[in-house]
Every structure is written in structure tokens, then in C-alpha cells.
Design a protein around this ligand. Structure first.
Ligand code: ZN
Length: 230
């Protein structure tokens, strides 16, 4: 075999008419995927759980193969689709009957922020880092954690945020991108600081160094105190 052989890369030994077959195969897979999504009753990808993503990936792979591999016949794909559909229906049925089954298959909602700070136990158990959902929090118009009474990480990865009333907002860890906040090992003023990892708040004196009692981190960020946007 010769590398960078243009003829092989473009069409190889296939006759030009094979491209027509590819079009037909594409129409076929498109219709199959479309029927599948219609039958599941899903409206969009944002509400998909991890479990559903796995199913879509499996189908996507099968559909992709049949779309352009000349030696992949089309009928087995129909069987794949109906089998996966049957499994999907069965698991939905089981999940509706048993909460434990649902938690196991789909995961369960996790409380990640409680009373203005991260729920550290949850974050450690679930093996999640805050960077993953700072963006989601910003999109919910959160500026710092002190505004948040309760935040729940849903099974589809979205975050539900419940805000404190204006008078009850506490100092909190800013959720701005790292470039927009200054990190201190030594307090630069007498003020409230938030642990840059677990978000615990400490009042520090100018020049004071502090090791976080919750997570052992030594880097601190000036806590924000802004009220929520109304
Ligand atoms: Zn900490």
C-alpha cells in the first residue's frame, strides 16, 4: 500500500455509482434514527440522561457504519434498532416501577451547593470538580456561591439554582473564569476570603496565611458579596 495515494483516499476501487448507494444508505439511516427518536418521545438532547446518551451512541455507531460501508447490509441494522428500542422501553418500564432502578440507571440529582457553599461530601463522592459547572452557574446568572441557597445537579447535567433573598446573601466564592479573580496565599487585606477549591469562607487579617480546614487548600479568593440580579 502506498501512503497519501489520492485515488485510494478519494474513492479507492469503488465505482462512481457507489456514491449513489451511499445516498440511499444515508436516507435509510436517517429514517431509522428519526423513527427511533420519535418513538422514544424525546424532544431534544438537553434533557437526555447519561443512559440515553449511551443508547444514542450505540445507535449512532450502527447507523454510521451502514451509511457508507459497502459490506454492511441494511437489514441487521433494523434488528439492532428494534432490539435497542425494546431494551429502552423495558428499562423505562423498570425505572417507573422502582426508584432504586432509576437511581442506578440514570443516576440521581445531587445537591452541590447548600447555604452558599459547596456540599463537599457530595463533591468528593461524586468525583466532580467545580470547573465543570461554573459555566452552568454563570448561565443561571450566579456571580458567587453566597447567592445560592440550594443548587442541584440534575441527571442530565443541568443545574437547578435556588437563590437567597437579597437580604440573606452571604459572602461567597466567585464563579468567574480563573483569569478574572485573584488568588492569594497571603491575605492582601482584612476581609472575607473563599477557599478556591471547596468554597468555605474565612475572615482573614492582612498578611495572614490559612490552610482550609475542609480540603487542606492554601489558596484563597476574595469573597464576592454582590446581591442577586433581580
Ligand atoms: Zn477548602
Amino acid at each position: 500500500m502506498q501512503a497519501f495515494d489520492l485515488k485510494r483516499m478519494v474513492l479507492d476501487e469503488f465505482p462512481l455509482e457507489f456514491l449513489g448507494e451511499v445516498v440511499l444508505r444515508c436516507v435509510f439511516t436517517f429514517i431509522m434514527v428519526f423513527i427511533f427518536l420519535k418513538m422514544t418521545g424525546r424532544r431534544g438532547v438537553r434533557q437526555m440522561s447519561l443512559f440515553e446518551v449511551v443508547i444514542i451512541l450505540t445507535l449512532g455507531s450502527a447507523a454510521g457504519d451502514v451509511a457508507f460501508y459497502e459490506d454492511v447490509p441494511m437489514l441487521p441494522i433494523v434488528v439492532v434498532f428494534f432490539s435497542v428500542m425494546a431494551l429502552y422501553r423495558l428499562s423505562t418500564l423498570l425505572m417507573n416501577r422502582s426508584d432504586r432502578m432509576q437511581n442506578w440507571l440514570e443516576g440521581k440529582p445531587l445537591v452541590i451547593i447548600r447555604d452558599g457553599v459547596f456540599d463537599w461530601d457530595t463533591m468528593q463522592k461524586a468525583n466532580i470538580t467545580h470547573d465543570e459547572f461554573f459555566m452552568e452557574l454563570r448561565q443561571e446568572r450566579v456571580e458567587h456561591l453566597g447567592q445560592v441557597r440550594l443548587a442541584i445537579l440534575e441527571v442530565n447535567g443541568a443545574i437547578s439554582v435556588y437563590f437567597f433573598e437579597k437580604e440573606r446573601v452571604k459572602p461567597g466564592l466567585p464563579v468567574m473564569p480563573a483569569d478574572y479573580v485573584d488568588m492569594f496565599e497571603k491575605a492582601d487585606d482584612n476581609a472575607d476570603y473563599a477557599c478556591s477549591i471547596c468554597s468555605v469562607i474565612r475572615t482573614l487579617q492582612r498578611g495572614e496565611r490559612c490552610t482550609c480546614s475542609r480540603c487542606g487548600n492554601t489558596h484563597w479568593v476574595r469573597a464576592f458579596t454582590n446581591s442577586p440580579v433581580t
